[in-house]
Ligand binder design. Structure first.
Ligand code: THU
Length: 136
């Protein structure tokens, strides 16, 4: 699978990042199984823990529009105004994304400096996970 365009969209989404406190902008581009893309950025807050990561912004947009099935998410993060620098999703985001994996694993696309990328399976980034199935 070629994720060049998704990676570009993740980097583009960094432009809207609200990161007054960290100066670290993150963009995410979430691809649904039907081929639609929802983007998101990190949105920080003067009350620091109230901020939200780019990945969860993208998921909140998609899920609140009725989407439930996702194929991939590209993530681009780094110092604001600079090139992406290998931003892997935080633990909270890994858990959040795991909620919506059913059947096929999610491709997590990490965007590097020159908009090249590497692809990881969410199950590899979050082994031995706790998910919806545990509550059955
Ligand atoms: N951040 C994300 O948006 N996604 C992650 O997976 C890691 C961290 C944001 C949160 C905060 O606004 C900034 O990056 C610095 O931690």
């Amino acid at each position: 699978m070629d994720y060049s365009e998704l990676s570009r969209q993740a980097d583009e989404a960094r432009r809207h990042s609200y990161c007054l406190y960290s100066g670290y902008s993150v963009g995410a581009a979430l691809l649904t199984r039907s081929g639609k893309v929802y983007t998101g950025c990190n949105i920080e807050n003067a009350s620091y823990p109230a901020g939200i990561c780019a990945e969860r912004t993208a998921y909140a947009k998609a899920v609140s529009e009725g989407e439930r099935e996702f194929a991939a998410i590209a993530i681009a993060g780094g110092p604001k105004g600079g090139k992406p620098a290998d931003a892997y999703p935080c633990g909270v985001c890994r858990q959040f994304m795991n909620e919506f994996v059913s059947g096929d694993d999610l491709d997590v696309v990490i965007v590097h400096k020159e908009l090249d990328y590497t692809v990881h399976k969410l199950s590899a980034l979050l082994p031995c996970s706790f998910g919806p199935g545990n509550l059955n």
